[in-house]
Design a protein around this ligand. Structure first.
Ligand code: COI
Length: 354
């Protein structure tokens, strides 16, 4: 049990919710009435408050803007059929947040601040949780360095913030994916396993190049041989080959340890699949496709949940998939939605009541 923290709360005078239609929301465009903000100075957390969502006043020499000590998380809150609010596996994101913080030489965020602060914020803004299918309240905790100095060194001060965005699906349709051979997302020894802001900025050029060619996202390959699959866009990736579900392993530190990835592994086992976390080469994928045993390819992520891949292009070889006939990824997607929205037993204890 997490002790209730002393968080000062200032409520917004007027809710912006009355101006918003919670049907058909785009991803991440609207923000709820309140935010949580806290400062860390010389290792001590202070000024912890929930207050109306508002702009920040930052100096132009702010260290994070220059050297990128900035990390974030993505979590979702849902409502069950009785209207009770729940957060999906926040403890897992909390652990990963501090793993990212350590890699970026940033302070740990205390558990009460991250989890109890998030709970109080979601409780206050729970009327912002959309009830519609494929919709949720996306929770975005983030932290960045706030020293105003342009010397390259870890900051002595940091800001931790949580904002909430009522949101619809991230990818609304099955995707076309370009296998990226030139640019890489992560290298062993690098920061691929951390949810560091720079990982996302560094991916934008290659993604834009793939878009010019008509693709939605890239399939990242390993940095040395460009041979082993890593992630798709901002998601972990799964291949169903025969009766085995294969997803890249986490051992080299280049893959994000996704909470949806972990949940998908659990549910795939429940569906009777053998699940293998291991290296998988693009050649093995093409062989399985030619042999007619590459049945499904999908991405997993908090924002995207389960995203179906309808085309995969490697050099001049194009793999097409008839996603209408798929069973596994749609079943996973439905099971996850049913657990989150209270229609299926939460036997793993994933839903934390607000
Ligand atoms: C998430 O899935 O939560 C992500 O972080 C992906 C993206 C919105 C950055």
């Amino acid at each position: 049990m997490i002790a209730a923290m002393d968080i000062s709360v200032t409520k917004a005078g007027r809710s912006k919710l009355q101006d918003l239609n919670l049907e058909n929301l785009p991803f991440g465009k609207y923000f709820s009435d309140h935010m949580l903000e806290a400062d860390c100075e010389q290792g001590e957390w202070k000024n912890i408050e929930i207050k109306p969502y508002q702009p920040l006043l930052l100096g132009p020499s702010l260290a994070a803007l220059h050297y990128g000590q900035a990390i974030f998380e993505g979590i979702k809150a849902y409502k069950d059929r009785k209207g009770n609010a729940f957060i999906f596996r926040p403890q897992e994101n909390y652990k990963r947040f501090n793993i990212s913080a350590q890699r970026m030489q940033m302070p740990d965020v205390p558990e009460e601040l991250f989890l109890e602060g998030m709970r109080q914020l979601v409780e206050l803004d729970q009327s912002w949780i959309p009830s519609r299918e494929d919709h949720s309240l996306y929770i975005r905790p983030f932290m960045f360095s706030t020293d105003e100095v342009i010397g390259v060194r870890p900051s002595e001060s940091y800001k931790f913030i949580i904002i909430l965005s009522p949101t619809g699906p991230y990818y609304s349709a099955p995707m076309r994916i370009y296998v990226e051979e030139k640019y890489v997302r992560a290298v062993p020894g690098g920061v691929g396993y951390a949810k560091a802001a720079g990982n996302y900025g560094a991916a934008m050029y290659a993604t834009a190049e793939a878009r010019k060619k008509g693709y939605d996202q890239v399939l990242w390959m390993d940095a040395f041989e460009h041979k082993y699959v890593q992630e798709i866009g901002t998601m972990n990736v799964f291949f169903i080959i025969g009766n085995t579900a294969i997803t890249p392993d986490l051992e080299q530190g280049t893959i994000l340890d996704g909470v949806t990835r972990n949940s998908a592994i659990t549910l795939l086992k429940e569906l009777g699949f053998q699940v293998e976390e291991r290296h998988l080469s693009i050649d093995a994928i093409i062989d399985a496709y030619k042999a007619g045993i590459l049945y499904e390819v999908f991405g997993t992520g908090t924002a995207a949940t389960i995203s179906l891949i309808k085309e995969l292009r490697y050099k001049d070889f194009v793999m097409h998939f008839d996603v209408e006939k798929w069973k596994t990824a749609p079943t996973l997607k439905k099971w996850l939605a049913d657990i989150r929205e209270g229609r299926r037993e939460d036997k793993y204890g994933w839903m934390q009541k607000v």
